[in-house]
Design a protein around this ligand. Structure first.
Ligand SMILES: [Zn+2]
Length: 262
């Protein structure tokens, strides 16, 4: 199958217009006319995932986090990004990243987290600026009502039944029950103010800074941070399953070597 055809399927799962303005999504390395027999998904391109992709003779790697992310003025083995890119190119591995488009997609990460908590009437924290996406109720982050009020500990417990959480933290105001929850996977702490404006009294994300935690407390939101990896990796496993269904002639799998405690 041509990479170009695989990309059409990926863009049907996560329209790239859903990506944030600052993001770098799409085909980042490779030739769209090359053929693809094996696809691996992972969270981040590291020495571990590049080695696994090479060992498993992957033609296309779909990391959640884009590489390259920022413009590069040189690609040498002196820097981490250059070294990883050179290895991928040497092994004929293309890179396609959907990042925030997948975060915000109809079956993407934030909505999968919302579904696992049975969030009612989920709506984006901000609607997309692109009209057809806005009309489809798509945009950044998600918020909705919990079916019954839950404490931070209840939410963590529920998520632990579907995710591998090893490093959860929470703000100090986490005892009272939460009725309306905002969700932003990954590093979502900067959107806590937006969740407050939408009437949320709880906020779920992967990680947040000290000052974002203080801001959350000042705004009266209890924040649960389940770890960046835990908040997103499960969805790359789910993506591999979706691709297996939709691309029967291609072997699709998620990384089995990528682990993180933070
Ligand atoms: Zn992330």
């Amino acid at each position: 199958m041509k990479l170009r055809e695989v990309i059409q399927v990926l863009e049907s799962l996560a329209p790239l217009g859903l990506a944030e303005e600052w993001d770098n999504v799409g085909l980042l390395v490779g030739n769209a006319d090359a053929s693809v027999r094996r696809i691996m998904t992972c969270l981040t391109v590291t020495d571990t995932t590049v080695k696994e992709a090479s060992d498993r003779r992957v033609d296309l790697l779909i990391p959640h986090h884009p590489i390259p992310f920022k413009p590069l003025s040189r690609i040498t083995s002196e820097q981490t990004t250059g070294r990883l890119l050179l290895k991928m190119v040497r092994n004929g591995i293309a890179i396609f990243s959907m990042h925030t488009a997948w975060d915000n997609a109809p079956d993407g990460i934030n909505r999968q987290l919302a579904r696992s908590l049975d969030l009612e009437d989920p709506t984006p924290l901000t609607l997309s600026s692109i009209a057809p996406l806005r009309e489809a109720n798509l945009g950044s982050g998600i918020c909705g009502r919990l079916p019954t009020p839950m404490s931070v500990a209840d939410i963590q417990h529920r998520l632990e039944s579907v995710l591998s959480i090893t490093a959860a933290r929470h703000t100090h105001n986490s005892d009272r029950p939460i009725t309306k929850l905002g969700i932003v996977c990954g590093s979502g702490g900067s959107l806590v103010g937006l969740a407050a404006q939408r009437g949320c009294d709880g906020f779920l994300t992967g990680e947040a800074t000290y000052h974002q935690c203080l801001e959350s407390e000042a705004l009266g939101l209890a924040m649960l941070m389940i770890g960046h990896h835990a908040s997103e990796f499960f969805a790359m496993q789910h993506l591999a399953e979706l691709l297996t269904q939709q691309l029967p002639s291609v072997e699709c799998f998620a990384s089995t070597q990528e682990h993180s405690r933070f």
